[in-house]
Design a protein around this ligand. Structure first.
Ligand SMILES: C[S@@+](CC[C@H](N)C(=O)[O-])C[C@H]1O[C@@H](n2cnc3c(N)ncnc32)[C@H](O)[C@@H]1O
Ligand code: SF4
Length: 437
């Protein structure tokens, strides 16, 4: 086993500590924030409903209930219109979750609204393998979906069982058959896989890679298993807990096996024809998250919306947005955040940084950039800094530390609406219990 070096451990610790600062939130007014005057923007639409709640999942998700989901989509459309009326314009839209395809008709209606209002060219949607059926996929294609992202997680039946997905989302053989049938329907078909699962062996990962390469998807997002205190408690049963010391070995196999057929689009996304990325937060100058439990990044400020579905419904009915908290990044924090996102997206462009921050960007981050160079993580060229293959591993570690901080924040927010979370299975939500955030 290759060692988990001192540098790896240091980067993980340093980043976990630093990213926590990004998420010190204070109360926000709740009206639509002023629209940024320049740059390219993305709309993120959060749909938190799922048929099963997987133990390892760190996202804001609740048990699907048809009536509640219909009311939720109606609120989403109202919130999207409010951003349009306030002057927002977007180049692309990302429908994530949860599982947006739990309500296909509502989803399509919402996509049509987004296309009508903003004329977006790119629409990305997350789904699960069970929803890869013509009656769901054909309307999505007609509604202009350009990227379909399927949560596969593993092609290993034993691991699918541990993840509690085998019964509901299908066996490895069933998932493969559905992916084969969906190949070619969308410009990009992405498969999500997770590595460093507690009971995953290198041999199992190699089999996943063999299967993936024999199937049609032209993109794969290979996530390291990321936890939070709550996720770790849920996983401690059947799944067990991941061991960071195995990350490097898994990642090495992934990078070696995927190239040259797939080329990196970010530190954990690989695309067959060498274009496209899974991460709108990497490319966009700003993004707006609508729905419950969504994040926005606007003019150097991070915002989050309420994690209570009932509070979300009430706020939208009152003409507010879902936004309840915000954190204005200090200049140094903002530059480090943007450096992390850009390097994760494989390069930092000197002109881009100068346009956004002026020469102080390089004065402030001289140490960080020099460290990346000295570690062999980034190479300098005439346009700026390019991430190396070695650097991909470290950026994957730093990004996972960042997301684990985000997961910790989600845990805290969800704890505030614990009663609603518990009762979402019966849909008997007492308004008094969910008032507030
Ligand atoms: C929000 S889910 C949407 C996909 C869809 N709901 C499904 O599961 O089939 C997006 C992806 O996040 C990834 N994910 C969720 N929890 C994770 C965790 N704890 N660590 C790493 N990746 C995770 C999974 O790969 C999942 O497919
Ligand atoms: S992994 Fe997907 S299906 Fe499972 S709980 Fe998370 S969002 Fe829902």
């Amino acid at each position: 086993m290759s060692p988990f070096t001192f540098i790896d451990a240091f980067l993980l610790r340093a980043f976990r500590f630093r990213t926590r600062g990004f998420l010190h939130m204070e109360e926000a007014p709740g009206t639509v924030p002023p629209a940024p005057r320049q740059g390219s923007g993305y709309l993120y639409v959060h749909v938190p409903f799922c048929e099963v709640l997987c133990p390892f999942c760190s996202f804001h998700r609740v048990q699907h209930q048809h009536g509640q989901a219909q009311r939720y989509f109606a609120s989403l459309r109202k919130e999207i219109r409010a951003y349009h009326a306030a002057g927002y314009r977007f180049n692309g839209a990302y429908f994530g979750g949860g599982t947006p395809t739990t309500e296909p008709a509502e989803l399509v209606e919402t996509m049509e609204l987004v296309r009508e209002l903003f004329g977006v060219r790119d629409i990305s949607v997350e789904t699960n393998p069970k929803d890869l059926r013509p009656e769901i996929l054909e309307p999505l294609r007609a509604a202009g979906v350009t990227r379909l992202s399927v949560g596969v997680q593993s092609f290993d039946d034993q691991l699918l069982k541990e993840m509690d997905r085998y019964e509901k989302y299908g066996s490895s053989a069933e998932i493969q058959a559905r992916l084969r049938a969906a190949a070619g329907m969308f410009p990009t078909l992405n498969v999500d896989l997770i590595f460093n699962q507690p009971h995953q062996s290198i041999a199992s990962l190699e089999r996943d890679l063999d299967i993936l390469q024999g199937l049609g998807p032209n993109q794969v997002s290979f996530y390291p298993l990321m936890t939070s205190p709550t996720v770790a408690r849920r996983m401690a049963g059947a799944m067990g807990l991941p061991d960071h010391r195995r990350l490097r070995d898994f990642f090495k196999v992934i990078v070696r096996r995927l190239q040259p057929e797939f080329t990196p689009s970010s530190a954990w996304c690989f695309t067959r024809r060498g274009h496209g990325s899974d991460e709108y937060i990497v490319d966009a100058d700003y993004y707006v998250g609508v729905g419950s439990g969504a994040f926005s990044f606007l003019d150097g400020t991070l915002y989050t919306t309420t994690f209570s579905l009932e509070t979300y419904r009430q706020r939208i009915a009152q003409g507010l947005t879902g936004i309840t908290t915000m954190h204005r990044l200090r200049p140094g924090e903002l530059m480090r955040y943007e450096l992390l996102m850009r390097m994760f997206g494989l390069r930092l462009d000197r002109e881009w940084a100068l346009r956004r921050h002026g020469p102080r960007f390089f004065r402030r981050l001289w140490g960080e950039l020099r460290t990346l160079e000295l570690l062999g993580a980034a190479r300098r060229d005439d346009r700026g800094w390019q991430l190396t293959e070695r650097g991909m591993y470290w950026l994957m570690l730093m990004m996972s530390a960042f997301f684990e901080s985000v997961n910790g924040y989600r845990d805290a927010m969800r704890a505030r609406v614990a009663i609603e979370q518990q009762e979402s299975t019966t849909l008997c939500i007492p308004a008094a219990a969910t008032a507030g955030k």
